[in-house]
Design a protein around this ligand. Sequence first.
Ligand code: HPA
Length: 259
Amino acid sequence: MPSRTVRHSAAPLGVIGGSGFARLPHLQSARRQAVTTPYGRPSCALTAGTLSGHKIIFLARHGDRHTIAPHEINYRANIWALRSRGVRNVVAVYTVGGIRADLGPGALAVPDQIIDYTHGRESTFFDRSRGGVRHIDFTHPYCEALRQRVFKAAAAAGEEIVVDATYAATQGPRLESAAEIDRLERDGADMVGMTGMPEASLAREADLCYAAIAVVVNAAAGRGASACGVSLTDLGLVTRRAMKRVHRILSLLVGPDGD
Ligand code: HPA
């Protein structure tokens, strides 16, 4: 199985929140930290605080008011900012459309693979300005040690979680056509979102241990309840309900037994 087993438990846990998860409620002693990076500004100021007695640094990927579209996110600045504050483990929260039959709205999954369909995004730290070409191994894009911690926390929370799922990262901001979803499925994708890349590969370049909790908020285009179209009004309700469950998993992940 995958290789990444490094644990950095004394360091703060980084949490990157996506749509519907722009803040971490119940974060104690929360304070905002504006950070500038060589790549410009992150999506928003970081919020540092404690959850179950453990240090957390939270970042809202789309900004505090959800104004930054997936292709406009400064992924490099976000990852750099977390790293510069001592973060070594990052749990990202994604909202996704479910392609596989068992990934209906409300399902939670911890992806183990990624396929990248994005384009035109600044996707590496290793360019001419920073010492030139370097390569990373990305065979297993997610950190297995951190995935295991998420499984354990989900079990403690009594939450069922899908542990093997391939995430397709599309460019957005539009949703996909039914034929595009058919193609993603043929490629081996189980769910689809817009923000998983280049976030995951930048985290690997920065030597961060990175895992994700994906919340299925709709059936992907042409599937299930989205056979005739994706209902954007249903998304908000599903998202709000699921995020409470994600929050509980995160609390247990950093709690006395999760560490
Ligand atoms: N497609 C892409 N991104 C998404 C979807 C979807 O159906 N649902 C939530 N994010």
